[in-house]
Design a protein around this ligand. Structure first.
Ligand code: ADP
Ligand code: 5GP
Length: 189
């Protein structure tokens, strides 16, 4: 049986991983959708938990075999995608699934699952905050930082197509707001 889908989209650095982890800690019948990607693994990331880290050739092979529910070239030469098998594994356990996707992937999933899906866009308070969070996280080199800031300008144009927009200024408040939205959505028949 298909469970419900929760889509969280946000510019990189807006705080979605932090918020998703908070939600996963509070609601136990949700599981994270582990995406595949071809970017390098950051220190502290675990293959199979944060992402399935693939070579570009392996990623291409999976595209050709039709194994993705959706995939995007989120940054130049950087591919990210949701494997059909990752989603069915979660649903077979009788759980709901939470996706961390770029705006296009997020809206694709929403269009597939419609009322069985809630889509939430997380906004940073400003581009300056986004930059300082990415710098503080210390995971991006200059080029990667530049790509992410550029992408932000493009991504915010999509925000009104999401069911809800949450500004992550105060982290505690943003976590509670997202948790409430998801709890209400899951309780709705
Ligand atoms: P994303 O998954 O969207 O790329 P992260 O969850 O990794 O973003 O957050 C980026 C950085 O910003 C992390 O170091 C995180 O601790 C920090 N952060 C998240 N939310 C806030 C906030 N409201 N205020 C200040 N820093 C934040
Ligand atoms: P990061 O490299 O910072 O982990 O993620 C970069 C961007 O890729 C983020 O916007 C994230 O939401 C997005 N992303 C991660 N996994 C997927 C996926 O499976 N599909 C799509 N379309 N985007 C993804």
């Amino acid at each position: 049986m298909e469970g419900k889908s929760i889509v969280i989209s946000a510019p990189s650095g807006a705080g979605k991983t932090t918020i998703v982890n908070f939600v996963l800690d509070k609601i136990h019948n949700i599981e994270f959708s582990v995406s595949a990607c071809n970017r390098r693994q950051r220190p502290g990331e675990i293959d199979g938990k944060n992402y399935h880290f693939l070579s570009t050739a392996d990623f291409q092979k999976k595209i050709n075999k039709g194994l993705f529910l959706e995939w995007e070239e989120v940054y130049q030469n950087q591919y990210y995608g949701t494997l059909i098998s990752s989603v069915s594994t979660v649903w077979e356990k009788g759980k709901h699934i939470i996706f961390d996707l770029d705006v296009k992937g997020g809206l694709n999933i929403k269009n597939k699952f419609l009322d069985n899906c809630i889509s939430i866009f997380i906004m940073p308070p400003s581009v300056e905050d986004l930059k300082s969070r990415l710098l503080k996280r210390g995971t991006e080199d200059d080029n990667s930082l530049k790509c992410r800031i550029q992408k932000f300008e493009e991504e915010i144009n999509y925000k009104d197509q999401f069911d809800f927009v949450i500004v992550n200024d105060n982290l505690e408040l943003a976590c509670d707001e997202v948790l409430n939205l998801i709890t209400n959505f899951l309780n709705k028949s």
